[in-house]
Design a protein around this ligand. Structure first.
Ligand code: CCH
Length: 287
């Protein structure tokens, strides 16, 4: 067991588990990034509910949300790290793992601070349906991310995470990856979104998504969600899609800031960075 507070030791163990030859495309990285995002992305700024505090996905009420299908894999990958460092909260472990995975897959360093609690405060539990639905349009994407406190530029930057991983027909119903090198963080998602001709198709399960196929048919079939295409087609979002397609450094910088902000939703800190709203949650319970 490591010394409490030794986050470097935790980081190292997360790095070690990323290589998963038997799983998906050989990496736990993408699904860990999605776990971190979904743990935080339930936040509602107006009522100060949801967010990463509490790690509510451990329980059916949040974990069983169909939007979270497949994220049990990410949680299981992290169990040995939790066992080796039992002092870290799940809420800290999940958010840290997302940041470490982005960096290890070639992305930017993301500022991360500890202090989240595993107390589940019943009055802060998010209702289901707060995470975005990939079949919808730009107004839905705005409603979901404005609720968390993000602006249009931050929304586009965050969605650049679709450079990683893939859709699974048995999880979301959508199928396939956004880019060919799906375990390498880059701005390729924006380049393809802006640069290729996408075609709307209906999958055998009735789900509609956009696809691109090479003329020679060699590369895997690439895809875009309706919400991804909405970024390309919206007059404000598309300016940022183009900027990030042209300038990888700008994307990395903006992604790092927006992801760090996402991980902090619902966490308040004093001037020294210590969390002020986690340790004495009233009426909560501890796992
Ligand atoms: Fe996402 N995402 N995401 N996404 N996402 C999916 C997969 C990943 C939406 C829908 C989906 C963000 C924003 C959005 C990742 C990171 C982020 C899937 C497929 C759907 C559907 C799930 C499956 O079948 O396994 C929608 C809609 C939005 C916004 O409107 C943001 C923001 C982030 C992170 C910053 C990552 C990574 C994946 C790949 C997961 C994997 O298992 O490979």
């Amino acid at each position: 067991m490591s010394k409490p507070g030794n986050y470097e030791a935790v980081r190292k163990d997360i790095v070690k588990l990323l290589h998963q030859p038997e799983y998906d495309d050989g990496s736990a990285g993408p699904v860990l990034v999605r776990l971190a995002w979904h743990s935080a992305g339930t936040y509602d700024a107006e009522t100060d509910t949801g967010g990463s505090n509490g790690a509510g996905m451990r329980y059916e009420r949040e974990g069983g949300d169909p939007a979270n299908a497949g994220l049990q894999h990410a949680r299981v990958f992290l169990e040995p790290v939790k066992a080796a460092h039992p002092w870290i909260t799940y809420a800290d472990l999940w958010t840290l793992a997302g940041c470490v995975a982005v960096r290890e897959m070639g992305g930017p360093e993301i500022r991360w601070l500890p202090g989240r609690t595993d107390y589940v405060d019943d009055s802060k539990l998010p209702p289901r349906g707060r995470l975005p639905d990939g079949s919808k349009a730009a107004d839905h994407v705005r409603a979901v991310f404005y609720r968390m406190g993000f602006n249009d530029q931050e929304i586009v930057a965050l969605c650049g995470a679709h450079n990683l991983g893939r859709c699974h027909s048995d999880r979301s119903g959508f199928d396939g990856p956004w880019v060919n090198n799906l375990t390498r963080f880059s701005n390729q998602y924006f380049r393809l979104l802006a640069g290729l001709e996408w075609k709307l198709v209906t999958l055998p399960n009735g789900v509609k998504q956009w696809v691109y196929e090479d003329e020679d048919g060699i590369s895997e079939r690439l895809m875009m969600l309706p919400t991804d295409i909405a970024l390309r087609d919206d007059p404000v979002f598309c300016e940022w899609v183009d900027s990030y397609a042209e300038d990888k450094e700008l994307f990395f910088e903006d992604f790092a800031k927006a992801f760090a902000k996402l991980m902090e939703l619902g966490i308040t800190r004093d001037a020294r960075g210590r969390v002020t709203n986690a340790d004495n949650v009233k009426g909560g319970y501890h796992s």
